[in-house]
Each structure stands twice: as structure tokens, then as C-alpha cells.
Design a protein around this ligand. Structure first.
Ligand SMILES: NC(=O)C1=CN([C@@H]2O[C@H](COP(=O)(O)OP(=O)(O)OC[C@H]3O[C@@H](n4cnc5c(N)ncnc54)[C@H](O)[C@@H]3O)[C@@H](O)[C@H]2O)C=CC1
Ligand SMILES: O=C(O)[C@H]1O[C@H](OP(=O)(O)OP(=O)(O)OC[C@H]2O[C@@H](n3ccc(=O)[nH]c3=O)[C@H](O)[C@@H]2O)[C@H](O)[C@@H](O)[C@@H]1O
Length: 435
């Protein structure tokens, strides 16, 4: 099939590349000229495991092309995917300006039988609005489908190629058939292709993200309670997870969820609820608990240093909002670093992939260390904010020697408290008693 993908970010680039890999002719379009220039040379703007090889292989095979020329990409396309950003607007609702400008830009070049598909996460009603806009702009009734994406950053290729399910929202079964054909190569293990109305598909995406965010806020609230009452959240997690009705997924406590999606999507759904006079009690609580959780270490850090952080050397391991990505959007580490700076601490940071992005934001306010051990040299405390594999098994004896005082605030529960105590550390973690 001939496919155009508009918006070549995390989702658009992965979508286009995976469709090219399954034999389609794909043109990825973006307004960012530098990004497109780089992609033409096989330089990938983001860190996503496996993506560089896949882009280079499919570009070399002539199935994957990059352009800023909307007309050239859209004119031959049978399916036009829209994957531009839908970031949070000032009032919490999704900012749809990029989506509306793309709809206007593609309208003159759409083939009569082309199917326009939203891949971006868009408010319920967007499909109908695009249908109306295209009718006005082209004078005909175009097929507009919704096909929300459920991939996770850091595992994007795997998630796209082996989805748990594919959801499409269509108004005609023929459109569903075309999209089913497109996805068949990825559904060979009998995973379901679920066809529904566009409104249900749009809602499915928000409900999925809100459910996952709810699980995280729930376990974080329980973790904080556990710590106060003398329990260990890791034991509790194991104690509940074996109940198949509950399970283990997305119940790891931590320093709060970040990223470009959970925070904005929970808020966009909250905004949609308010627009429809439905009180979003639970959604608001999920967001509030998460905002509080990003600051969960502030008080213990202050208490540890008797309320005075001036001149203290703090090391931070992990800046990205999660491992295996360089994405720092809404990363809990940034909230902590801002606060540490306000308190007068001096900070050395390490992250395997995200330091360049942080440097663009924070400049020389913190020191960037190429090696994790350089960050902790002379440190009064280490704070772990992201569970990169690099941090799971450091040489604790070497760390002990390098640090000024052996104090660890572990925001991802990577280590066993009793072992840390035996190694001579003062160890704080999430939902477990400090030792
Ligand atoms: N990042 C993720 O893991 C996931 C994101 N989503 C959703 O997918 C959508 C896209 O997200 P990301 O890929 O993360 O965004 P992104 O910010 O990485 O990429 C968006 C791209 O669209 C381009 N763009 C903006 N306006 C344009 C225009 N008028 N014409 C052509 N290109 C334009 C930008 O230059 C950028 O390259 C969002 O709605 C997001 O909620 C859904 C699932 C996963
Ligand atoms: O709509 C989206 O953009 C995507 O949002 C999330 O994917 P992503 O944000 O890439 O990463 P996750 O692995 O879900 O992690 C999100 C945040 O939750 C945190 N988290 C996750 C799991 C957990 O048990 N505990 C926890 O604190 C992570 O540290 C991270 O900050 C969803 O998992 C995807 O299904 C969805 O497509």
C-alpha cells in the first residue's frame, strides 16, 4: 500500500518505519526541515532502541522516504496517517492546532478514495470534526478513521510490531478491511483487531492511559501509607499481584509518572469530563497524587540534612522520564533538580541518553558526568530517579569509597534495604522504612 505519515516524531516515525518494514511504500512528512534532512541521511532525532537500523534498512530498500513536501507525499497515498503532537493546552485540554493545520494542508492533495487516519491521541469528536473540515475543503465525503497508538517509548518497535491489540474506529466496514490488511503482518499471533466507532476508538485511547496512570497513583499512595505504618510496599505488591484479577503490571511505586502522555492525557480527559458536566473526581485525584509523588523525597532529604542543603553535593542518576528513552518531557528528575537548586545544593547528574536534552534546558546549572561513578565522587547523597539497567548493580564498595557520605535516596526501589544497611549505607526508598 502507498502510505503517507504526517508528523515524524516518536509515533509517526515508528509507525511509518514499521509499515515500510512490512512491505508498504511509506513517505514520512514533517515541517521540521532539519529533522527531515537528518532522516534522509539515516540520522534519527530520538533515542529509540532498534529504530536506527530499521530506518536505514527500509530507506536503503527504497520503501521509506522523508520529505517536507506535503503535496508530493500525500498525492499518491491510499492511506494518510496523521501523527502530529497534541500537547497539553493552557487549560489542560489537548492543543489541536497542529492537527487542524495538517488537515487544511492535506485537503487539496487527497486522492478521492484516500483514507485519512488519526494516529495521534485526540479528543472524542475529532474524527467527526475532521470529516466536516474535509467535506468543506474538498467538497466530498472523505473516509476518516481513528487508529490510536498504544506503544511505549523505549519499546516502541516491539510494541508496534507485536501489539496486544489493534483498535480502529470507522464509519464503513470497507475502511476497517483496508486497515486490517495493513495490520495483518503484525497480528499473526492471533492478537485481536478490534473495530468500533471513531468515538469509541478515541475514547479507548484516553481510557487506557487513564487506567494505567490510575494504577501508578494508586500504588504510590499505598506505598506512602505503607512507609508510615511500617510495611514494605514490595512485599505488598507481591502479595496482591498474584491475584490474577489484580496482576503485577504498572504497579511499581516510584517518584511519579512522567512523559509526554500520561500527564497530558489524564488532564485532557479531565477537561473533556468537565465540558460534559461529569465531575472527574478520580482523574483529578490521579493527577494530584502524581504531582505530589514527584516531590516525595523533598522532606526526607531536608530532614536528612537538618533543613540545610546549601553547598551540599548531590548526585542524580537518571534524568529521562523512564529508561530506554532520551525523552525528558514531564520527567520527575527535573522537578527534583529545580528544587535542589533552589535549596542551594550543587548537583552532578548522569543519564545514559538524556543529558543532551537536559543540557538544552538547564545549561550549566548542573554538572554533566559521562560516567555514573563520576557523578557520585564527593557526593553527600545520591538520588536515583530513573531505573536504567546501568544503576541496578553498581560496585557498592567503590561507591562507598567515592562518596563523601554513603547516603542513597532510591526513587525506584532498585536495592534491598537490609543489604544496603549491611554495606554501610543510609538508604531511603519508596514505601519501605529508611534504614
Ligand atoms: N510518544 C509516545 O510514546 C506516544 C504518543 N502518542 C500520541 O501521538 C501523537 C504524537 O506524539 P509524539 O510522536 O510523541 O510527538 P512528537 O512531538 O515527538 O512529534 C510530533 C511531530 O509532528 C511534527 N509536526 C507538527 N506540526 C506539523 C505539521 N503542521 N506538519 C507536519 N508535521 C508537523 C513535529 O515537527 C514533530 O516532528 C500525540 O498525540 C501523542 O499523544 C500515542 C502513543 C504513544
Ligand atoms: O500514550 C502514550 O504516549 C503511551 O503512554 C505510555 O507509555 P510511555 O509514557 O512511553 O511509558 P510508560 O512505560 O507507560 O511509563 C510512563 C511513566 O509511568 C511510570 N511508571 C510506569 C509503570 C509503573 O509500574 N510505575 C511507574 O511509575 C514510568 O516511570 C514513566 O514515568 C503507555 O504505557 C503507552 O501504552 C501509551 O501508548
Amino acid at each position: 500500500m502507498k502510505i503517507a505519515v504526517i508528523g515524524t516524531g516518536y509515533v509517526g516515525l515508528v509507525t511509518g518505519t514499521c509499515f515500510a518494514d512490512s512491505g508498504n511504500d511509506v513517505t514520512c512528512i514533517d515541517i521540521d526541515e532539519k529533522k527531515i534532512e537528518n532522516l534522509k541521511q539515516g540520522i534519527i532525532p530520538i533515542y529509540e532502541p532498534g529504530l536506527t537500523e530499521l530506518v536505514q534498512r527500509n530507506s536503503a530498500a527504497g520503501r521509506l522516504k522523508f520529505t517536507t513536501d506535503t503535496a508530493a507525499g500525500v498525492q499518491p497515498a491510499e492511506v494518510v496517517y496523521l501523527a502530529v503532537g497534541t500537547p497539553q493546552g493552557k487549560d489542560g485540554s489537548a492543543n489541536m492546532s497542529a492537527m487542524w493545520s495538517v488537515v487544511k494542508a492535506i485537503a487539496p492533495y487527497l486522492q478521492e478514495s484516500a483514507i485519512v487516519v488519526t494516529k495521534s491521541t485526540v479528543p472524542v469528536g475529532t474524527n467527526a470534526k475532521i470529516f466536516g473540515m474535509l467535506k468543506e475543503l474538498t467538497g466530498r465525503e472523505c473516509d476518516v478513521a481513528s487508529n490510536p497508538e498504544f506503544l511505549k517509548e523505549g519499546a516502541a518497535i516491539e510494541d508496534f510490531m507485536k501489539p496486544d491489540r489493534v483498535v480502529v474506529g470507522v464509519r464503513r466496514p470497507e475502511v476497517s478491511d483496508v486497515l486490517h490488511q495493513l495490520y495483518e503482518p503484525f497480528l499473526r499471533t492471533e492478537k485481536p483487531f478490534i473495530s468500533m466507532s471513531p468515538e469509541s476508538a478515541e475514547m479507548t485511547k484516553y481510557v487506557a492511559n487513564a487506567m494505567l496512570a490510575t494504577k501508578i497513583s494508586f500504588i504510590n499512595e499505598m506505598a506512602n501509607l505503607c512507609e508510615k505504618m511500617g510495611g514494605d510496599i514490595n512485599d505488598v505488591r507481591r502479595g496482591i499481584g498474584h491475584d490474577s484479577r489484580i496482576g503485577f503490571a504498572f504497579l511499581f511505586p516510584g517518584v511519579g509518572y512522567g512523559g509526554s502522555c500520561f500527564p497530558k492525557d489524564v488532564r485532557a480527559l479531565t477537561s473533556m469530563s468537565l465540558d460534559h458536566d461529569c465531575e472527574p473526581t478520580l482523574l483529578r485525584a490521579v493527577d494530584e497524587v502524581n504531582e505530589r509523588q514527584k516531590s516525595v523525597f523533598k522532606q526526607p532529604i531536608l530532614d536528612h540534612f537538618d533543613g540545610d542543603l546549601k553547598g551540599k553535593n548531590i548526585a542524580v542518576w537518571g534524568l529521562a522520564f523512564k529508561p530506554r528513552t532520551d525523552d525528558i518531557r514531564e520527567a520527575p528528575a527535573l522537578v527534583l533538580i529545580d528544587w535542589l537548586l533552589e535549596q542551594g545544593a550543587s548537583i552532578k547528574v548522569h543519564d545514559p541518553e538524556a543529558m543532551e536534552n537536559v543540557e538544552a534546558e538547564l545549561g550549566d546549572k548542573v554538572a554533566y558526568c559521562k560516567f555514573r561513578m563520576d557523578a557520585i565522587e564527593g557526593a553527600d547523597a545520591l538520588v536515583i530517579m530513573t531505573e536504567w539497567k546501568d544503576y541496578h548493580s553498581p560496585d557498592f564498595a567503590e561507591m562507598y569509597q567515592l562518596m563523601k557520605s554513603p547516603v542513597v535516596f532510591d526513587g525506584r526501589n532498585l536495592y534491598e534495604p537490609e543489604r544496603m544497611k549491611r554495606r554501610g549505607y543510609k538508604y531511603y526508598s519508596i514505601g519501605r522504612k529508611a534504614v
